[in-house]
Design a protein around this ligand. Sequence first.
Ligand code: GLU
Length: 474
Amino acid sequence: MSDRPLRLRFAPSPTGFFHVGGARTALYNWAIALRLGGTFVLRIEDTDEARNQPEWTQGIIDALAWIGIHADDDHFEGPYFQSSYADQHVAAAQRLFEAGVAYYCDLSGDEVQARAKASGTPGYDGYSRDRGLEPGPGRVLRFRVPEGTTVVHDLVRGEVSFENANIEDFVLLRGNGSPMFLLANVVDDITMQISHVVRAEEHLPNTPKQQMLWQALGAEPPVWAHVPVLVNEQRKKLSKRRDKVAVEQYRGEGYLSDALVNYLMTLGWAPGGDTEIVPWSSIVGEFRLEDVNHSPAFFDLKKLAAFNGEYIRALALDEFIETCAPFVLASDVPWNAEQFNPVVFSAIAPLVQTRIARLDEVAPMVDFLFLADAPIDEAAFAKTMAGPNSTALLTEVIDAFESAEWDHDSLKETLEAIGDGFQLKLGKAQAPVRVAVTGRTVGPPLFESLVLLGRDETLRRLRAALGHVRTAPE
Ligand code: GLU
């Protein structure tokens, strides 16, 4: 087996957004292909016509490219489309029928169930095994599961034994002649000379059946590796109905692809050193399927955000500014292209960079610099202004700011002195000024922000805030 050329595959079904679990599986395959000089085959399993959409396929290809798996890389082959190979799937089934390892059955699904119920044994009972039926409309082709035990050698899970007695004679071709997933998947893997099947653990129960098919079709089964399921905080399997699973969504929220990739790799595996935050090149150098853990992996959003924050902070400033572009120039930001000032943004950027975990936090943090009427967090505003000295303090601040030197240190000293008069520490004294000027209680450092905003605009907002306090409903 070891002298077979290393050929891995990623075989998603294009039935929805690209799931983070799929991305992790793809990355595991990709890392091995890169480390050992193998080939990564992308096969789109698009045989479920009712659920497939071409845009999902494009979404997968785009998302793969975003996480670094590029179709133009030498290690990449495909995409192949499973639906183009239906003839081969049917031909393989035909061979199995002719060899006597598959047989036709004319029972309907209901009849199979009725028999199972009557006998008290679940599953199909082999009713047509020896009836010698020829193909015909409505007849399904079933695989004749031999007696014995099927042992799957799995790089992640070790040796897993399945009693064949518990495996029913499964269907290869439906009553309308179309191939089932189990068959199509194996025939394609054989045709594409796949040496390693690395995929989600949910397919482990299929594996003994598929291994039998490999053997019945005269091929040497691949190396199997079933990677652990991803679970949410409640230890439930990540699902698109319950959880945020779409890679596209993480991208849209401003996760960096390097951070997401690094985090996904650690779901079931850990790099050797004392930190899990490691560059892709080290991951490729170190990653081995034998080291993948088989217990469910917790997809921890907080940890992912922490990874992302680290990756954001590690960017050079110009890279950070460039990376922010889609988030500050997008069509859904609250300012228009004329209001956005790239010089001001570049000046505030280093202060924002250290304070965020996601790029979608940037716009709400800097909007006050570009919008004359920045959105006001009314609840926070009301709470801050309700403080006993807030309006008196603001009145004094307006007075003092009219003549203060307009630089960081002078503004800070001015506010400190005013705060002293009210027995307020600087942090407390800043709160009403910040909410008055920015509309929010958190944001980039205050004095740097005021310097950028300028005296006139700062004073205008401080006065407007006092007016807002007076007109606010009780
Ligand atoms: N198309 C299958 C899925 O998306 C993958 C099957 C496999 O990897 O063998 O779950």
